[in-house]
Design a binder for this molecule. Sequence first.
Ligand code: DSN
Length: 440
Amino acid sequence: MAHDPIADATLELLTRRDPDVATWIAKEAERQATTIELIASENHVSPAVMHAMGTCLTNKYAEGYPGARYYGGCVYHDHIESIARDRAKRLFNCAFANVQPHSGAQANAAVFMALMDPGDTFASLVLSDGGHLSHGMKINLSGKWFKPVHYPLHYDPSHPDFERIDYDAVERVCNEHRPKVLMCGYSAYPRVIDFARMRKAADACGALLVADIAHIAGLVAAGVHPSPFPHAHVVTTTTHKTLRGPRGGLILTDAEDLAKKIDKAVFPGMQGGPLMHVIAAKAVAFGEALQPSFKSYCTQVVANARALAAALIDLGYRITSGGTDNHLMLVDLRPRSDKLTGADAERWLELAGMICNKNGIPQDPRPPKFTSGIRLGSPATTTRGFKEPQMRQVAAWIDQVLAAGVESIGSPTGAATLESTAARVRQEVRSLCQQFPIPG
Ligand code: DSN
């Protein structure tokens, strides 16, 4: 159960009314409470954010925007959406905010709709180098209706910027293809993004710069990563990763003409009724992120990611680009064992109560189903109160489990060793989680 009387009461009521669903929610609450969440895009929201979502606001249609709705009875919804918009603008220091996108992918789709016509070209990072599916995957709307061209990372290991963005290549790709939009911002990139350099490349070819800061939004809001403003024409983000809000999207800009196009593209272009209960929770999360404590949180997120990366390097793993500047890292497992895949690592670590995702590393020779890497992040563990010593402990546990896993490959006795190691670590993880409960 959560450490939160309202959540407990909610679950109790659900258990009486719908035990089928309540059982699984209770199990999930227990899973989250007793495991270490290392997925870089996940976090634990505050009880205030959680409760704002579970309110009567879900009953209401509020199509339109504050002061211009298509339904009656929206007076309080106007106040709530205005609070969310105002706080978002303060948080990111910009002039316009649309808080209605249901997700980051929908925010990106709406921005593409606002800034381009079907068939237009846009530039983004090679997707397997850390990009996102909404940045031009062939079977995503972005790749089906628009024409993506891609810029790479530096692939030469002897280059000082190995596995970092090749900004000269960005300029070359832009000059060659003259895209309407240049996208930056990524799902698995551990380094600081040079937004000014990106804007220079966009200006040189007449493109608009769109920064998708879904992963680093919290760090940007806290001033721990440079802001995309004033460089980006448009900024998109999710609200649930480092920003620690409810699951959802957000679009920001300083330009009034773009803001008008974006509002139209979100509604009625992409979406109907906004999720007002989620918008209320976004407002609450933005309010939390405006507090000084959020800066301390984000500073510790980066310190924790660095501590985990350094400990893993000491244990013989390779961290792509040599480390991290933000909340995440990509761990290349091959130096530890060429038999070790990301898929195996993800599965074995879950047995031991540490949750992560397999992830391709740049130029990965293995397919996405297996991968040579895992992606690890520190937002959720930092929310629990972990500091550097706990992150080093996590690295040691990861290594113990993966070493036992590697031993188990093709060995008759190895499976038992893996099972007992995972069971022992699972107990130790459970006990650390008890010492650092999810704040409630
Ligand atoms: N699926 C998200 C992630 O894990 O990074 C991106 O949207």
